[in-house]
Design a protein around this ligand. Structure first.
Ligand SMILES: Nc1ncnc2c1ncn2[C@@H]1O[C@H](COP(=O)(O)OP(=O)(O)OP(=O)(O)O)[C@@H](O)[C@H]1O
Length: 366
């Protein structure tokens, strides 16, 4: 593993007058990692990115890049590559000259500039387009040129702010994969801000979920989805059923949680899951897509009899809104071809295995 060019945000706080937009944030992005900051509008994502870029000054804390404190450096002194939604290529310059611009600015010798630009044009598959002007390119091609311009000078860090926001859905999906491939190939440490959950889940090694200026959780997309640390993260990423229960026992990472007199649920957690959970009120987190229709009570570790309230078709799947005896609602998502088994008003048996649910602290009881 190469050391260096990692980013550390240490106790970063940003006030706009009296309003605290970023609240004591600590974050590390390792060399070569792709981290996405995700959160609702106004949660402080852009403010944090601006602090890293140097467009805003910290009220407190520091930003370390490659173990050096860059907090007091001007944006251009930080030598960070940036790609924003309105990527604004220079319209009067060719593709070649656009990409060469940051190198000319750094007074690199002409021959070296030529070699670097040609090599990066190859990487973005636009070798044939060197002499075109931006208006002669498609949106996706322009975005690739903008990316090339942002990384051609080997910056230690790349910042992306809604980089694909201006593109239509189809192109966005294609570009997500392309940018990720280029980022991995170059091995550049990257921090991105987006509203698009799917984009974050597809592109990132780690996702940082922000809320009200604070970090709620930093984890891999898989862990965020499978083991959200709290209710906010659970509800923010994808859809989830949250069922109140009381932990009866935790043995070897297997929890038994009582929902009511007639029903207990088994949940498999990682081994270091704390025994202190015993007797605590918790929320059982259950993703709709992890619930299936059960043949009988032995097919899954957990089954539950519910009444069908509503069915909603969503393309290849069908969302079933159901109700437990206790009155709590449970949403299940099953393949559309099973829709004949579901009749509104009738009872069905739902099931899931113990590894397909998680336990989340119930903040209302703390
Ligand atoms: N220059 C500023 N002066 C005063 N308040 C600001 C300034 N910039 C941002 N804010 C406030 O700080 C909070 C965080 O804003 P920020 O732009 O960082 O959020 P965000 O998560 O990026 O939101 P969005 O997803 O809508 O872009 C918001 O309440 C915003 O109104």
């Amino acid at each position: 593993m190469t050391l260096g060019n990692s980013l550390s945000v240490v106790n970063a706080t940003k006030y706009y007058k009296k309003f605290k937009a970023v609240d004591d944030v600590n974050l590390t992005v390792n060399q070569g990692e792709f981290l996405t900051i995700l959160g609702p509008s106004g949660s402080g994502k852009t403010s944090l990115l601006k602090l890293i870029a140097g467009f805003e000054q910290l009220s407190n804390g520091s930003i370390m890049l490659n173990h050096q404190d860059i907090s007091n450096k001007k944006p251009y002194e930080r030598q960070i590559g940036m790609l924003f939604q309105n990527y604004a290529l220079f319209p009067h310059m060719t593709v070649f000259d656009n990409i060469a611009y940051p190198l000319s600015l750094r007074k690199m010798a002409k021959e070296e500039v030529k070699q670097k630009v040609e090599s990066i044009l190859k990487l973005i598959h636009l070798e044939e387009y060197a002499q075109r002007y931006p208006e002669q390119l498609s949106g996706g091609q322009q975005q690739r040129v903008a990316l090339a311009r942002a990384i051609v000078f080997n910056p230690p860090l790349l910042l992306l702010d809604e980089p694909l926001g201006a593109l239509d859905k189809q192109l966005r999906k294609q570009m997500q994969l392309e940018i990720k491939q280029i980022q991995e190939h170059v091995g550049i440490t990257t921090v991105s801000v987006t509203h698009d959950q799917e984009e974050a889940l597809t592109m990132s090694d780690k996702i940082c979920v922000m809320n009200k200026g604070r970090i709620e959780q930093v984890d891999s997309p898989e862990m965020l989805y499978k083991q959200p640390k709290n209710r906010f993260v659970a509800e923010f990423i994808g859809e989830i059923n949250l069922i109140k229960g009381q932990v009866v026992s935790v043995i070897d990472g297997n929890a038994m949680v009582k929902v009511n007199e007639d029903m207990s649920v088994h949940i498999e957690m990682n081994k270091d899951a704390s025994k202190e959970m015993k007797n605590k009120s918790m929320l059982i987190g259950l993703r709709p897509e992890n619930i299936q229709i059960a043949r009988d009570q032995t097919q899954f570790h957990n089954t539950i009899r519910v009444r069908v309230l509503e069915t909603i078709y969503v393309g290849e799947a069908i969302n079933i809104k159901t109700k437990m005896d206790t009155g709590e609602e449970i949403m299940a998502k099953i393949p559309a071809h099973m829709s004949e088994m579901i009749v509104k008003g009738e009872e069905i048996l739902l099931g899931w295995n113990s590894k397909d649910a998680c336990l989340i602290p119930d903040e209302t009881t703390i």
